[in-house]
Design a binder for this molecule. Structure first.
Ligand code: GRF
Length: 211
């Protein structure tokens, strides 16, 4: 997956998010502490006052609100074109979805083939979709977690890069379980990006092999 890039150069990552941006923060922190050889080219949000934009600006990262209207749940049409154009203008290699509350469509996936990543708060393929931590609790599983995967045309179906597990405790509420999962998310995304940045990821069918 990495054969064309110069491995000593920082991996050029764009981050898309709609909310708090704690995953974006974990990536920023990993870069700033030197554990991840990457550069965030831009942060884009479909929500004008999303905190993720403020977090990025605090670190001198280009941060932009781009409306995705008229669609409510997907990124398509003119908005999609604007997102792609901005990311390409910064020579983005990898697109990181970090709490981006929209389905991304073919044009974006084609512009960054096998290079759009998502983080999902469950051990996929269990509990795709919304509020997975609540689904896990309601189902009664004893182990929950998070997954970083390559985005394909399906929902939460692409090749898995990194998974982290957490125990489900008897007295967990959706909020306490979500918090424990999020702490692992903040390790999982930097780990997946570090593997990509160092050229250690190879795709074998739907298996992402990390060497
Ligand atoms: C995370 O829990 C992630 O799993 C889900 O959206 C949330 C984003 O959180 N896809 P944040 O905006 O990174 O804090």
């Amino acid at each position: 997956m990495n054969d064309k890039r110069q491995l000593q150069e920082p991996l050029r990552v764009a981050v898309l998010g709609s909310g708090n941006g704690s995953n974006a923060q974990s990536i920023i922190d990993s870069i700033e502490t030197g554990s991840l050889n990457a550069k965030i080219t831009c942060v884009i949000s479909d929500v004008e006052n999303a905190y993720i934009l403020e977090r990025a600006r605090k670190h001198g990262i280009h941060a932009e609100f781009i409306s995705a209207a008229p669609f409510k749940t997907k990124l398509e049409g003119d908005a999609e074109k604007k997102y792609i154009a901005l990311m390409q203008s910064f020579q983005t290699e990898v697109v990181v979805l970090a709490g981006f509350m929209r389905i991304v469509k073919t044009a974006l996936l084609t512009a960054f083939p096998n290079r759009v990543l998502n983080i999902h708060p469950a051990l996929l393929p269990a509990f795709p979709g919304m509020e997975s931590w609540k689904q896990a609790l309601d189902y009664g599983v004893k182990v929950a977690g998070c997954t970083v995967h390559i985005v394909d045309e399906g929902t939460d179906t692409g090749p898995i890069l990194v998974q982290k597990s957490v125990p489900v405790l008897e007295n967990d509420t959706p909020a306490t379980l979500h918090t424990r999962i999020q702490a692992e998310e903040h390790k999982a995304y930097p780990e997946a990006l570090t593997a990509l940045a160092s050229g250690r990821v190879r795709l074998e069918g739907r298996r992402a092999v990390i060497e």
